[in-house]
Design a protein around this ligand. Structure first.
Ligand code: SAH
Ligand code: SF4
Length: 349
């Protein structure tokens, strides 16, 4: 007989609390935590440093259930898109991006996104629900288990998949705790990045709980221009947002990352670049210029090569760190902002 209380997705503290709640030692919780996230083991009977009778009694109370195995689609550039079908048939995606010496996993935090940014495919699909901690960490768990077979491990995590992490803050923070825990995935906080549209109060809340890298989806330099591209930002004026960013406790020697999608004729003029310099300086940020990844029905065009190069040059001339983020995986709509639930056959055309 197996129990019904789910352990997958619990943090170390929660697992310890669950065990003590049953009159067991917190040490049991620590053992299970380690097996689960470091050993990638979900069968309680295989947790061999736990006495046999204890394993039997654990199995009577609990289940340990990872996400159902994802479908994987690999692009020619090595980027792999993992598509998970959840218990309620909702579909989410994560993207694994191999680069020199790194293996970066881009995670989703919501099914869809309620914020409706006009350039974002996920936003155009609307919002279904928040992911549970199990569903967030389950993406990393499944990918880690797969790459382990090739002797590799995920080295970096970015919350840049579907959804706005700060709107699902509690579950995102718990997933981060499991990632950073040395008995869990043991990732350095310097290698975990939360990307956000920029919600001032939530940035403070995140910073009060964990120190990770923060990426700000700025995309335009005035409140009016931001609101035209990202209607939800009307509620979060730049002035308050930048103040919250300045208070944010980054890992040592890390900088805020500004993300800026270049849209032809919309936000890619030399004046826009100069305004961006001012904002980036005011928060000591570095800048990622992101070529717009188009999708069917998108209301924008990507900036041309000339405008893109000129924009970057202005940032460089002002001493800014600015790179153009290479678009990865877009042959299978796996690049930023393209994640959404489109049947595979449609994308493969
Ligand atoms: N909701 C969060 C994280 C997910 S989006 C956020 O907005 O930051 C991750 C990044 O992809 C963001 O910088 C987002 O602005 C960017 N993005 C969204 N749609 C895009 C598109 N079509 N092309 C390029 N980047 C896009
Ligand atoms: Fe949501 Fe981010 Fe897409 Fe905006 S860019 S709709 S915040 S996922």
């Amino acid at each position: 007989m197996t129990g019904t209380t789910e352990l997958f997705g619990l943090t170390r503290a929660q697992l310890e609390g669950t065990m003590t709640g049953l009159g067991m030692k917190p040490f049991r919780g620590r053992q299970i935590f380690r097996w689960l996230y470091q050993g990638l083991e979900t069968d309680l009977f295989n947790m061999t440093d736990i006495a046999k009778e204890a394993r039997v009694s654990l199995a009577e109370h609990f289940t340990v259930r990872p996400l159902a195995a994802p479908e994987v689609v690999t692009s020619a550039d090595g980027t792999a898109k993992y598509r998970f079908t959840l218990d309620d048939n909702a579909v989410i995606e994560s993207v694994l991006i191999p680069e020199k010496g790194r293996l970066t996993l881009c995670l989703s935090t919501q099914v869809g996104c309620p914020l409706g940014c006009l350039f974002c495919r996920t936003g155009s699909l609307g919002f279904t629900r928040d992911l549970t901690t199990r569903e967030i960490i389950g993406q990393l768990w499944a990918v880690q288990r797969q790459v382990r077979e090739a002797g590799k491990r995920v080295t970096n995590v970015v919350f840049m998949g579907m959804g706005e992490p700060l709107l699902n803050l509690g579950n995102t923070i718990d997933a981060i705790r499991i990632m950073l825990d040395d008995l869990g995935f043991n990732l350095s906080n310097r290698r975990v990045t939360v990307s956000t549209i920029g919600i001032p109060a939530r940035i403070d809340e995140l910073g009060g709980q964990v120190a990770v890298n923060l990426a700000l989806s700025l995309h335009a330099t005035t409140d009016a221009k931001r609101a035209a591209l990202m209607p939800a930002t009307k509620r979060w004026p730049l002035k308050e947002l930048l103040a919250a960013i300045r208070r944010f406790p980054l890992p040592p020697r890390k900088r805020i990352l500004i993300e800026y999608v270049l849209l032809d004729g919309v936000n890619d003029s030399p004046d826009d670049a100069r305004e961006l310099v001012k904002i980036a300086r005011s928060i000591s940020a570095k800048v990622n210029l992101i070529p717009f990844n188009s999708f069917p029905g998108a209301p924008f065009c990507p900036s041309g090569q000339k405008a893109t190069a000129a924009f970057q040059q202005i940032l460089w001339d002002h001493g800014m760190m600015a790179i153009i983020r290479k678009s990865r995986g877009d042959e299978h709509l796996a690049a930023c902002g393209q994640l959404g639930y489109v049947p595979l056959s449609e994308e493969d055309e």
